[in-house]
Design a protein. Structure first.
Lengths: 363, 363
C-alpha cells in the first residue's frame, strides 16, 4: 500500500525535484487484451483485440518519455494502463516502489495524487457546467486535501502558474479558447503536485501557434516542479522536441526505444526509419526545372494490420521491405544493440554490418 | 493563356445574430493549370470558407458573396445555381477532410463513384462501373473489382480517402480542391496520399488548391502559398519565398512555433502570443497587431489604425500585408532564423510571465 504523507500542494516550489537517475515508473510485460464476444444470452469469447501485447518500459524521475506510433498501435491504452484508468490483463506496473497493477479503486485513490493525466481534447475533458474554479479545485475536494490558504487561493495560484488570469475563477469553459482550455486541464492536473503526468496527445487538438505555447508551458513546469512526463503523441516532431527518451510502438509492441537524439539520428528499426521519412518537412524542394522533385521517402504499402489478428512473429513483416523467412517464423526480441538503444528487429538498419546501401530505394 | 482560376477581391460574409462574420475579406489570387496553390492558416482563418465559396457551396445559404471567382473565364459568383452544379464535379472537384463523414454509409463506394460519373456523362451503368473500377485501381486500392462493392465502413481511413480522390477525379476535373486531405490520417498513410495527389496531378494536369494547417504538407506539394489570417491575405508568394524569405510576422510566427525535424533541436519554440481573433470583431488596422511583436518598430499607432495593403517587397509575386519596411523585415527574420528567442517567449525564470490571458468575449 501507499504511504500517506503528502507534500502540501502549491505552497512549496521545486521540492519535488528528485534524485536524478532513479526510476519512477516501471512497466514489465504489460498486456491488455480486450475480449471480443459473440452472443447475447450465452456470451462467449471469440477473440481478443491485442491492444497492448507485452511491453516493457521505465521512466526516469524528472525525464520525459515519448510514446509514438500510428493510430491503433496501443499507445493510448498504454497511457491509460500506466495511470491505472484501466486494469492490465497481465504484467506489472510499479510506480515509485508501489506495485499498482491490480489495486482496486479505493486502494488506488491515495496514489492518484501522484499520477495524473492530461487529456487530448480540451473540449470534452472539462465539464461545461462547472466553473474554472470548480474544475481546478476538484482534486482538492475529491482527495479531501486541506490546503493552507484555502482552495480558492490555491486554484488562483495554479491558474497563474499555467498563464491564465486568476480573475477568471468564476468563468465557464466555453468562455475560453482551445489553448486556454488545455491550460485549465493542465492546472487541474497540477493541483495535487503529482510526480508523474501522463499526457495523451496534449497538443494535437490545438493550432500550431497555440501548440508551441502549450509545449513551452509543459517544459517550464517540468523545470520548475521537477515533473516526470510520459507524452503520447503521433506527431514525431513534437515528440522529438519534448522527450528525453522515445519509444516507438507498432501493433501493441514496442519496436524501438532509445534516447531521443540516437533514435532520430540513427533509427534502427525499419518501421522507425519509414515513420521518420514520412514526416513532411517544411522546406520546399527546389523547382528550378519547373518540375517539383520528389523527396526521398520510404513508402510503406498498405495499412496497419488489425490488432485482432496481428501477423505472427515480427508484426511488421507484412509491410517491411527487409522481411526474410525468419521474420515470419521467429519473433525478434527487444534487444539492446548498443547501450540504451533497444530494437526488436532481425535486420536492424544503420548498424555497421548493415550499411546504408541496405536501406530501401525510395519508391 | 489566361489562368484557369482567377479569384478577385473575394468577400464572403455571414449575417448572424451576434453580428457580421467576415469569414473571407478580400482574397485575390490566380491559379494556372498544372500548378498547386497551398492555403495555410489557423482554424477560423477562412481557408475552408474560401474553398467552399469557389465550389459554389455557399449558394442557398445566408452567405453574402462579393467579388469575382472566374473559372476559365466564367464568373461563378454570378452564375446560376444550375450552371454551378454542372461545373461542380465535372470541371472542379473537392476532396474533403473527413472521408468517413463525406461518404454515404448506405451506398457502396462503387455506387457513389458511379453516381458522380453518370451525373455528368451520358453513359450506361456498366460503362460507369468499369470506369469506377478503373479509378479505384488508379488510386491504389488493391483488387478494385471486389472492393468496388464494399461499403465505406469496410475501408480503412487511408482507403476511404483514396476512394474520395477517385470520386473527385471521376470526371477529370481541371481544378481540384483538397481541404485538409490528410489531417485525419497517420503519417505513413499521409505520405501515400500526398504522393498520390501529386502523381495524379502530373498525370491529369489539373490545378490543385491544397488547404491545410500543416506547413510541412504545403511545402511538399505547393508551388505558391497563400497565408491567411482572420479572413485576409497576410502573405502570398512562391513556396521558396514563403519558406526562405517570409515577409510577414504571422508567417514568422507559424514557422518558428513548430518543432522542426530537419533542424537541430532548439531549446525553445517561439509561439505566437494570444489567440486568433473572433471574425465578428476583427481588430481594426492590421488584424494581426494584437499578437504582433513588432508594432513598436512601425511607430505611432499605424498598426492599430491603418490596414496594411498587400505590397510586393523585393521579389515580384511575393507580397505581404505589413507596415514594416523591407529592411526591418529582413533584419527581424534574420534574427529569428538564427534562433534568437524574443523576450516574451523566454522561460518564466528569465522574465516573469505576465499572465495576461486573452479570454474570448462571453458569448
Amino acid at each position: 500500500m501507499s504511504e500517506q504523507t503528502q507534500t502540501p500542494p502549491v505552497s512549496d516550489t521545486g521540492q519535488v525535484a528528485g534524485r536524478n537517475g532513479d526510476t519512477l515508473l516501471e512497466a514489465t510485460d504489460l498486456v491488455r487484451h480486450f475480449p471480443v464476444t459473440r452472443g447475447v444470452v450465452f456470451r462467449r469469447k471469440v477473440g481478443a483485440v491485442r491492444a497492448v501485447d507485452g511491453i516493457n518500459l521505465s521512466v526516469t524521475r524528472g525525464q520525459t518519455l515519448g510514446l509514438v506510433g500510428e493510430s491503433g498501435c496501443g499507445k493510448t491504452t498504454t497511457g491509460r494502463l500506466l495511470v491505472r484508468l484501466d486494469e492490465p490483463t497481465g504484467g506489472q506496473i510499479v510506480i515509485d516502489g508501489h506495485d499498482v497493477t491490480h489495486l482496486r479503486q479505493g486502494q488506488m485513490r491515495p496514489l492518484r495524487r501522484e499520477i495524473q493525466m492530461i487529456f487530448q481534447d480540451p473540449y470534452s475533458s472539462l465539464n461545461p457546467r462547472h466553473t474554472v474554479g470548480g474544475i481546478v479545485g476538484a482534486p482538492f475536494r475529491l482527495q479531501k486535501v486541506k490546503v493552507p490558504g484555502g482552495v480558492k487561493r490555491n486554484v488562483q495560484e495554479l491558474l497563474e502558474l499555467v498563464g491564465l488570469n486568476p480573475e477568471h475563477y468564476n468563468r465557464y469553459p466555453h468562455e475560453f479558447s482551445g489553448g486556454q482550455r488545455q491550460r485549465i486541464g493542465i492546472a487541474r492536473t497540477l493541483a495535487l503536485r503529482p510526480k508523474l503526468i501522463v499526457a495523451d496527445e496534449p497538443v494535437s487538438a490545438l493550432d500550431v501557434s497555440i501548440q508551441a505555447q502549450v509545449i513551452n508551458l509543459l517544459e517550464d513546469l517540468q523545470d520548475e516542479l521537477g515533473l516526470t512526463y510520459v507524452v503520447i503523441a503521433h506527431d514525431l516532431s513534437v515528440v522529438r522536441h519534448i522527450s528525453d527518451r522515445v519509444a516507438v510502438m507498432y501493433l501493441g509492441k514496442i519496436v524501438e526505444i532509445a534516447d531521443r537524439d540516437k533514435l532520430y539520428a540513427k533509427p534502427r528499426h525499419p518501421y522507425t526509419v519509414a515513420l521518420l521519412s514520412a514526416v513532411p518537412v517544411p522546406e520546399p524542394l527546389s523547382s528550378v526545372t519547373g518540375q517539383r522533385e520528389r523527396r526521398q521517402r520510404i513508402r510503406l504499402e498498405g495499412d496497419v494490420p488489425s490488432p485482432l489478428l496481428p501477423p505472427p512473429a515480427c508484426r511488421f513483416h507484412t509491410r517491411c521491405w527487409k522481411a526474410q523467412q525468419i521474420c515470419r517464423t521467429t519473433e525478434p526480441p527487444l534487444a539492446e544493440l548498443i547501450p540504451g538503444h533497444q530494437v526488436a528487429c532481425h535486420f536492424p538498419e544503420n548498424t555497421p554490418e548493415n550499411t546504408p546501401e541496405n536501406t530501401p530505394q525510395p519508391a | 493563356m489566361a489562368p484557369l482560376l482567377e479569384v478577385d477581391d473575394l468577400r464572403i460574409h455571414f449575417r448572424t445574430d451576434d453580428g457580421l462574420v467576415r469569414a473571407v475579406d478580400g482574397i485575390s489570387f490566380d491559379l494556372e493549370r498544372g500548378r498547386t496553390l497551398g492555403i495555410v492558416g489557423e482554424s477560423g482563418s477562412g481557408k475552408s470558407v474560401t474553398s467552399l465559396g469557389i465550389m459554389g457551396l455557399h449558394q442557398g445559404t445566408k452567405a453574402e458573396i462579393t467579388g469575382h471567382i472566374r473559372l476559365d473565364g466564367e464568373d461563378l459568383v454570378t452564375a446560376t445555381p444550375t450552371r454551378v452544379r454542372e461545373l461542380r464535379g465535372s470541371k472542379m472537384a473537392m476532396i474533403f477532410q473527413d472521408p468517413l463523414s463525406s461518404l454515404h454509409p448506405y451506398y457502396t463506394v462503387g455506387n457513389q463513384i458511379i453516381e458522380a460519373y453518370r451525373v455528368h456523362n451520358q453513359v450506361s451503368k456498366q460503362v460507369a462501373r468499369k470506369h469506377a473500377i478503373d479509378l479505384l485501381g488508379r488510386v491504389g486500392i488493391p483488387t478494385p473489382q471486389s472492393r468496388v462493392d464494399d461499403y465505406p465502413h469496410q475501408f480503412s481511413g487511408g482507403m476511404r480517402q483514396r476512394a474520395m480522390i477517385a470520386m473527385a477525379l471521376s470526371c477529370d476535373p481541371e481544378l481540384l480542391i483538397a481541404d485538409e486531405p490528410t489531417t485525419a490520417l497517420d503519417v505513413t498513410v499521409q505520405a501515400q496520399i500526398l504522393d498520390l495527389i501529386s502523381d495524379l496531378q502530373s498525370e491529369f494536369g489539373s490545378a490543385v488548391i491544397m488547404i491545410t494547417h500543416d506547413l510541412g504538407v504545403v511545402a511538399e506539394l505547393s508551388d505558391d502559398i497563400l497565408v491567411m489570417y482572420a479572413g485576409r491575405m497576410a502573405e502570398y508568394g512562391s513556396a521558396e519565398d514563403i519558406f526562405g524569405r517570409p515577409d510577414h510576422p504571422y508567417t514568422w510566427g507559424l514557422l518558428s512555433s513548430m518543432p522542426r525535424m530537419d533542424r537541430e533541436k532548439t531549446t525553445r519554440l517561439v509561439p505566437i502570443p494570444g489567440t486568433p481573433p473572433s471574425l465578428i470583431r476583427v481588430p481594426p488596422g492590421c488584424p494581426f497587431h494584437p499578437r504582433c511583436r513588432y508594432t513598436e518598430l512601425v511607430g505611432g499607432r499605424r498598426c492599430e489604425t491603418e490596414v496594411p495593403p498587400l505590397r510586393e517587397a523585393v521579389t515580384p509575386g511575393h507580397a505581404a500585408a505589413c507596415h514594416l519596411t523591407t529592411e526591418q523585415r529582413t533584419r527581424q527574420w534574420a534574427d529569428l532564423a538564427a534562433g534568437q528567442v524574443p523576450d516574451d517567449a523566454k522561460p518564466p525564470a528569465a522574465d516573469e510571465a505576465t499572465g495576461e490571458p486573452e479570454a474570448r468575449e462571453p458569448a
